[in-house]
Design a protein around this ligand. Sequence first.
Ligand code: PGA
Length: 251
Amino acid sequence: MRKPFIAGNWKMNMNSATAVALAAGLAKELEDVDTVDIAVCPPSVYLQSVAAALSASNIAVGAQNVYFEGNGAFTGEISCDMLKDTGCSYVIIGHSERRHVIGETDELINKKIAAAINSGLLPIFCIGELLEERQAGKTNDVVADQVKKGLAGLCEERIQAITIAYEPVWAIGTGLTATPDQAQQVHGMIRGLLSELYNEDIAERIRIQYGGSAKPDNTSELMAQPDVDGLLVGGASLKVEDFSVMVKAVA
Ligand code: PGA
């Protein structure tokens, strides 16, 4: 049985005061929840203060990005060990905004995933098709290709640290959500692929989140799908009330 996992991706939002206030508000609101894994992913400059605000809570902290090298002359980048040092346990890798706005490739994403797992971080590995790819009937091919390239070279033991987040690009931040059927179709395909690439036992254990305009209104119907194990929440994770309503609906 997979434990549901709801993560908030704060993206490039908040300041030092509002980040800590949001974290503290969630810690209070969600203190009784023990049937859902919960994480928030603030901007990296606020990781330490958010981790401190959540240190006595059931909410984990994740970063939104990482670099694969250990240290050295990589101006502007942050290593896995640095993230761990701030109190992170998770890291989002391959988010569509990093693929499409910043230009990250599958190969770079694969290196980041491997480095994160090697250092003991838990990657939230994001994949998803563009609207034109869906309209051209290529969703399964695009998503399967991203999964294969992102996980290339990862052995059975290391792969178990991963959460996969299926986030159709056309649904992110647009208010358009995949229907529960559309989400289930792709999640089921991904689980089948994991079974081929690894084995059925591993495929059954890996959690697959849905992301893309997930909100209080659609949480229950998305989570009712057999292969939807959690949510990666952007906009709705920025308000204590919305995010905690979603977590409680799942709990
Ligand atoms: P959204 O973002 O919930 O605002 O659509 C989700 C994400 O990008 O992770």
